[in-house]
Design a protein around this ligand. Structure first.
Ligand code: FAD
Length: 398
């Protein structure tokens, strides 16, 4: 019998790794552990908030991994990893032995450093919707219930966080919904930063399509929220100098590696997992690889596309290691598309390689959409955005 690889988490990174391990070497036994029978992609979840898509349009399941690719999928949660004996324990009591372990648990929220007044419990009233699923539905319902003329306040996290353009695509999609259903409403983004991903393209797109509906407040002008009065949905900054009252408040907390990465001591003091920049092998435990949002992947952003690219890379690295071969120097890729309107897409893309001592963008590769493109170009990119969703989800779960 071939080697046994266990994969923790069936999201963008883990599901890709499981599928490609089987592709690259069908003698390897692969077990994927994921608590949810249905995974809702965060990508596309902003489109649900904007009313362009329904929840079932962003739902992915594990039947193909199981039936087409021969992955043993177990619906459960990994509660403990023992790197000494190469064993994981599941919530249901099962114990699995592994030769190699891939850990891809995404993010968890760092409530200890979150704004005062917030906690996991307040997320039902002021949803983050930064893990797609029930949280997306809560936020959508609140937006639907909001009266015309209301204020939607989003508190955007500081770096690093999952999906750098995500908050700004979300503001765009909520603006699309307001423009078509509640045109007197306002959107305020309170930001823990001084600038953001694709900023010039977003701001130009907002002005062209939504007038002054969206206002962005950087940290130096009161965007650094310190406290939230959940009962009155008020975000407070600069020691009480600024108070922003919301009708719908979307508080996106600071982030860190998924819980299991913390309990298995795979993190360093940044709260994320240090890894070998060629193989994604944990710098802390030898037979464990960490990929996706939880990992520290040099210049690669925390995105579904990055996690997908890393999933393929780690599959190749593990197959090579099991066969006693040297690792290959990887080339990885990321494209982050965002919809400003259903017909206005923008993107940022790059190719990544191990250069000197870490993963860096290859000079001259990628870039952002042109600033001076016409509406036809933006429409074409909006079509690419939807095409990207279909192709990446087929690549991961198809
Ligand atoms: P995830 O996809 O979150 O998967 C982690 C999985 O691990 C989950 O299914 C979880 O249930 C499971 N898990 C956790 N703990 C355990 C455990 N102990 N045992 C077993 N399983 C466990 N990216 C893009 O590329 N393009 C986009 O347009 C884009 N848009 C986004 C929009 C929004 C609003 C958000 C929030 C994110 C967006 N992203 C986008 C980012 C993307 O969703 C993430 O970067 C990506 O999902 C990371 O993949 P991952 O495998 O690391 O984590």
């Amino acid at each position: 019998r071939g080697a046994h690889v266990v994969v923790v988490g069936g999201g963008s990174g883990g599901a890709t790794a499981a599928k490609y391990l089987r592709h690259f070497d069908s003698d390897i036994r692969v077990t994927l552990v994921e608590p949810n029978a249905t995974y809702h992609t965060c990508y596309g979840s902003n489109w649900v908030l904007g009313g362009l898509r329904q929840m079932n349009d962003i739902a992915q399941t594990y039947g193909n991994l199981r039936d087409r690719h021969g992955v043993n999928v177990i619906q459960d949660t990994v509660t403990a990893i023992d790197p000494e004996t190469n064993r994981v324990t599941l919530a249901g009591g099962q114990v699995l032995n592994y030769d190699k372990l891939v850990v891809a648990p995404g993010i968890s929220f760092n409530w200890a450093t979150a704004a005062e007044g917030t906690s996991e419990a307040t997320a039902n009233e002021i949803p983050h919707a930064w893990k797609a699923g029930p949280q997306t539905e809560i936020l959508r319902r609140q937006l639907e219930a909001m009266p015309d003329g209301g204020v939607f306040v989003m508190v955007a996290p500081g770096n690093p966080f999952r999906c750098p353009p995500g908050p700004y695509e979300r503001a765009s999609m909520v603006a699309h919904y307001f423009k078509t259903h509640k045109p007197r409403s306002k959107i305020l983004i309170l930001d823990n930063k001084e600038n953001f991903s694709k900023q010039g393209l977003f701001v130009a797109g907002w002005e062209a399509n939504y007038g002054n509906m969206i206002e962005w407040v950087p940290s130096s002008r009161g965007g650094q929220v310190e406290r939230i009065d959940v009962a009155s949905k008020t975000a407070i900054s600069d020691g009480g100098l600024n108070r922003f009252k919301a009708d719908v408040l979307n508080y996106i907390p600071p982030q860190r590696a998924g819980e299991i990465a913390h309990s298995a001591s795979l993190v360093n003091d940044t709260g994320w997992c240090p890894v070998n920049q060629v193989t994604f092998q944990s710098s802390i435990h030898t037979d464990i690889h960490v990929i996706g949002d939880s990992s520290i992947a040099g210049a690669m952003p925390k995105s579904g596309h990055s996690a997908n690219s890393q999933g393929k890379l780690v599959a190749a690295a593990i197959v090579n290691a099991l066969r006693g071969r040297d690792p290959i120097a990887p080339s990885m890729v990321n494209t982050c598309y965002s919809l400003v309107t259903p017909d206005w897409g923008i993107s940022v893309a790059a190719v990544y390689q191990f250069l000197d001592d870490s993963i860096k963008g290859v000079p001259g590769s990628g870039g952002v959409s042109p600033a001076d493109a016409d509406r036809n170009f933006r429409r074409m990119e909006a079509n690419y955005t939807r095409g990207w969703y279909d192709s990446i989800t087929t690549d991961i779960w198809g």
